[in-house]
Design a protein around this ligand. Structure first.
Ligand code: SF4
Ligand code: SF4
Length: 248
């Protein structure tokens, strides 16, 4: 289905002749504006399948291009280049190189889910945006985002211990994302916590940070979750034709 939408015409594809006379009629300037035709030959016929293999992208095939997601989108209201309906279209027809032109704005989705409620086909466009951002990282088109690094740190700690220990998560996340731990906002937060937190709770937090407690009898649950996560990652790598970790 072709898309006719003024905001989707790239400025570099618009051509105007300063001086042009056709059959004796002066069509110089604005009157000679036309859109340069393009030939797309590098289709990725598996693109929809690849996005559908990632969490959130499962229902992309249901989209009928009504545009309700883009019309209701919080980010589109301030940046018309952020266009979920258009990206879903590109994915469904396999126009990978066209999608990659917008790789630096796709991650801007704020997960408000307004599109999810507006979608008449239960495509879950928010999920598709997340799956697409994840796909860009897995394929090496964009560096790993801080949000992904946080998710990894969080999941690893929950799987390992069955618990969340905030201080450890913050330290681990800052280390992964190569950020200094001494940040003004963090120091200020620590000071306020120290002032307001009941003494007993502060003690328990301190002990938890030191001894890394685990949920009792967590071993079997940990093994089951780790095995499921491993299976899912393997399935995703296969769908995206990515090599196994450590393979040359
Ligand atoms: S969840 Fe993302 S794509 Fe959906 S409306 Fe919000 S910002 Fe837009
Ligand atoms: S609202 Fe749903 S069906 Fe309509 S364009 Fe967006 S994803 Fe497709």
């Amino acid at each position: 289905m072709p898309i006719h939408e003024k905001s989707l015409i790239r400025p570099e594809n618009i051509r105007t002749h300063d001086k042009l006379v056709l059959d004796g009629v002066d069509v110089s300037g604005h009157w000679s504006t036309f859109i340069e035709t393009r030939v797309v030959s590098d289709y990725n016929e598996r693109l929809q399948e690849e996005i559908a293999a990632l969490p959130g992208g499962e229902y992309i095939h249901r989209c009928w291009q009504c545009g309700s997601c883009t019309n209701s989108c919080t980010v589109n209201a301030v940046n018309p280049d952020f266009n979920p309906r258009y990206w879903i279209y590109l994915i469904r027809v396999g126009m990978e190189s066209e999608l990659l032109r917008d790789k630096d704005i796709i991650w801007q989705c704020v997960s408000c889910n307004k599109c999810t409620y507006a979608c008449p086909r239960d495509v879950f466009p928010e999920g598709v945006m997340k799956a697409t951002a994840h796909w860009l990282e897995l394929k090496g088109h964009t560096p790993k985002s801080r949000s992904t690094m946080f998710d990894e740190e969080f999941s690893e700690q929950v799987i390992a211990t069955g618990k969340i220990e905030e201080g450890r998560i913050i330290r681990g996340f800052f280390a992964r994302s190569a950020q200094p731990l001494r940040q003004d906002w963090l120091i200020e937060m620590g000071k306020r916590l120290a002032r307001k937190l009941p003494f007993k709770m502060g003690m328990l937090l301190g002990i938890a940070a030191l001894i890394r407690p685990r949920t009792r009898g967590w071993g079997r649950s940990r093994d089951a979750i780790a095995s499921y996560v491993g299976e899912q990652e393997q399935r995703q790598r296969k769908a995206l034709s990515l090599p196994e970790p450590g393979a040359k």
